[in-house]
Design a protein around this ligand. Sequence first.
Ligand code: H2B
Length: 95
Amino acid sequence: MTSYTDAQIEEALKGLPGWSQEGEALVKSFEFADFTAAIAFVGRAAGPIDEMDHHPEWTNVYNRVDIRLSSHDVGGVTDRDVQLARVLERVAEAS
Ligand code: H2B
C-alpha cells in the first residue's frame, strides 16, 4: 500500500475532527473525564485495533491519550491509518 500524498491527507482530515498531520503521521490528543475513563477507552479500542491488525502509537498521561497513526511498513500515512482514526473516533464517542 502506498502512502497518501499531503493533498490526500488534507482531504481525509476534513472528516476527522481534532486530527492533524504531523510529519509521516496522523495525530490527535483525546481527553476524558479522568484516568479510568482514558484507560477504558484504550481497553475498548484494543479489540477493533487487533481486528484491523493496524496498531497506534499512544501514550497516556492521567486523563489524556495522545495518539499517533502511521504505517510503519511504508513509513507514511495510508488508508489503514485513516480507517483506524475513524474507528478510534467511534470508540471515543461511545466512551
Ligand atoms: N501497525 C502499524 N501502525 N504499522 C504497521 O506497519 C503494522 C502495524 N504492521 N501493525 C502490522 C501490524 C504487521 O506487523 C503485521 C505483521 O501485519
